[in-house]
Design a protein around this ligand. Structure first.
Ligand code: NAD
Length: 499
């Protein structure tokens, strides 16, 4: 059966080509286990060919007028809108998330494409006249060369679109290595990018896992790497690529806490918490997976459980509240962590482990699960579960909640629910986390800003998309100029003008 499956091509020099590798893996529908396609692990020669193609294309692409670059992304955003339903259906089939979430995944990437279309105003240098008498200084933001992107499985549309549009719009060429678990929607987006006018060699795609990533980290012709994924792999990529002299940014794992103050709008806070913990089956780097109940908010647990119990689990294409997890292995890992949590003394408030979905006996389903009495030191607290599991912990005061969050190794996202502005302001000032929501559970910034991250959730100074990524994908060159007066030529110029 596997032999008849469609294969996922590589993209080298503007051509979609079949890999010559002998190593393949199936892309599997997580709701049914149906194999959808086979993805290759590209050979070293193919990876080198993709990089060589990007290197050659850079020679002309870097000199392409900024307006011509921008117009490609104007066209791409239009093509993405026209193909939204097909992109979302593909994403749901291979990744599992609901169709509504899949459209959201594409849409959040589309916003970055729209931003890339404004590159004209983003990639501008600075100018100071008369820094000394008759001397001016100005800066150019020049592209770096060949850049590479390595993406995770959980946002297979948004995260590739965080990367290649901004890299290419700033004048670089690109080699993308999508997640081998769900590369199909990424390939559809890449095809649309070519249709929008990205020239051959400017965007290349290779597939694979560890070996492909290491090859990108080691290759001397790659100048910068953008990575999004787990902390373990991201730390490896950062260290390996940095040692090879590359500019690297790694957006990594999370354990996001939401502080629920007793003065919060109870109905709103609990609804938002449930959506943020269990939406996309908890497989969002910004999922809220720890609720810190402060003071009397501890009494809200039964209501929280009732709301989570009401969520419908099912296949993403039927648009339930919670779709399947990406793989049997990911589900089993989450099951093991919950079992470990219970052994370590957590209390099971809601158990979704045995959920059954009619018509889908083989899906990787995991219903909303809530554990209370959780503390640092327990596996369910210390590790990112990346499944629909919310753990509850308690604090007596805002200060205690802030201390707990700041002591966690991760600093990706956090939220506070309160009706008190002074409490919210103190939280915003003292919390050491990249993305902070005030009565907003998943505060992913729009592309006018940049995604960020503190402590263990991010390595590298500059974030993806937004203004920061223009600095990431460019090298600042400072020019200081002086022109000496030449009376003879000035006279000549004057004569010409007066004629
Ligand atoms: P992952 O780290 O397993 O994979 C990410 C990429 O690295 C993939 O392309 C994969 O092929 C590659 N890879 C996997 N193992 C490797 C190895 N040993 N050596 C080199 N490369 C390897 O991550 P994932 O499971 O696909 O995604 C989930 C993780 O991503 C979670 O930890 C989540 O928090 C994180 N994430 C973070 C953000 C963010 O912005 N901070 C956004 C989305 C996801």
């Amino acid at each position: 059966m596997t032999a008849t499956l469609p294969t996922v091509p590589l993209l080298i020099q503007g051509e979609f080509v079949e890999s010559a590798t002998t190593q393949w893996r199936d892309v599997v529908n997580p709701a049914t286990q149906e194999p959808l396609a086979r993805v290759p692990f590209a050979t070293a020669d193919e990876i080198n060919a993709a990089i060589a193609s990007a290197k050659a294309a850079f020679k002309t692409w870097r000199k392409t007028p900024i307006g011509a670059r921008a117009r490609i992304f104007l066209k791409l955003q239009q093509l993405i809108r026209e193909n939204m339903a097909d992109l979302a259906a593909t994403l749901t089939a291979e990744q599992g998330k609901t169709l509504a979430d899949a459209e959201g995944d594409v849409f959040r990437g589309l916003e970055v494409v729209e931003h890339a279309a404004n590159i004209g105003t983003l990639q501008m240098g600075e100018f100071a006249e008369n820094v000394a008498s008759g001397v001016d200084t100005y800066t150019l933001l020049q592209p770096l060369g060949v850049c590479a992107g390595i993406t995770p499985f959980n946002f297979p549309a948004m995260i590739p679109l965080w990367m290649f549009p901004m890299a290419i719009a700033t004048g670089n060429t690109f080699v993308l290595k999508p997640s081998e678990q769900d590369p199909l929607v990424t390939m559809k987006l890449v095809k649309l990018a070519l249709e929008a006018g990205v020239p051959p060699g400017v965007l290349n795609v290779i597939h694979g896992g560890e070996d492909a990533v290491n090859a990108l980290c080691d290759h001397p012709d790659i100048k910068a790497i953008s990575f999004v994924g787990s902390t373990r792999v991201g730390t490896h990529v950062y260290n390996r690529a940095s040692l090879n002299g590359k500019r690297v940014q790694c957006m990594m794992g999370a354990k996001n806490h939401a502080v629920v103050m007793p003065d919060a709008n109870r109905e709103q806070a609990l609804n938002q918490l449930v959506g943020a913990a269990f939406g996309a089956a908890g497989q969002r780097c910004m999922a809220t997976t720890v609720a810190v109940l402060v003071g009397a908010a501890r009494e809200w647990v039964p209501e929280l459980v009732a709301k989570a119990q009401g969520l419908r689990v099912g296949a993403g294409k039927d648009n339930p509240d919670v779709g399947p997890m990406i793989s049997c292995a990911a589900r089993q890992r989450a099951l093991n962590l919950v079992a470990q949590g219970l052994e370590q003394g957590a209390v099971l408030e809601l158990d979704g482990r045995g959920v059954q979905v009619d018509g889908y006996p083989n899906g990787n389903f995991f219903g909303p699960t809530i554990l209370s009495g959780v503390k640092p030191g327990m596996a369910v607290y210390d590790q990112e579960i990346f499944g629909p599991v919310l753990v509850l912990t308690e604090a007596d005061s805002l200060d205690e909640a802030i201390e707990l969050i700041n002591s966690n190794p991760n600093g990706n996202g956090t939220a506070i629910f309160t009706q008190n502005g002074a409490v919210a302001r103190k939280f915003q000032e003292d919390i050491d986390v990249g993305q902070v929501g005030i009565n907003v559970p998943i505060p992913v910034p729009v592309p006018l800003f940049s995604f960020t991250g503190s402590r263990g959730s991010k390595l590298g100074d500059l974030g993806p998309y937004g203004k920061q990524v223009v600095m990431f994908y460019t090298q600042t060159k400072t020019i200081t100029q002086r022109w000496f007066d030449d009376p003879a030529s000035m006279g000549k110029v004057n004569t010409t003008i007066s004629l």
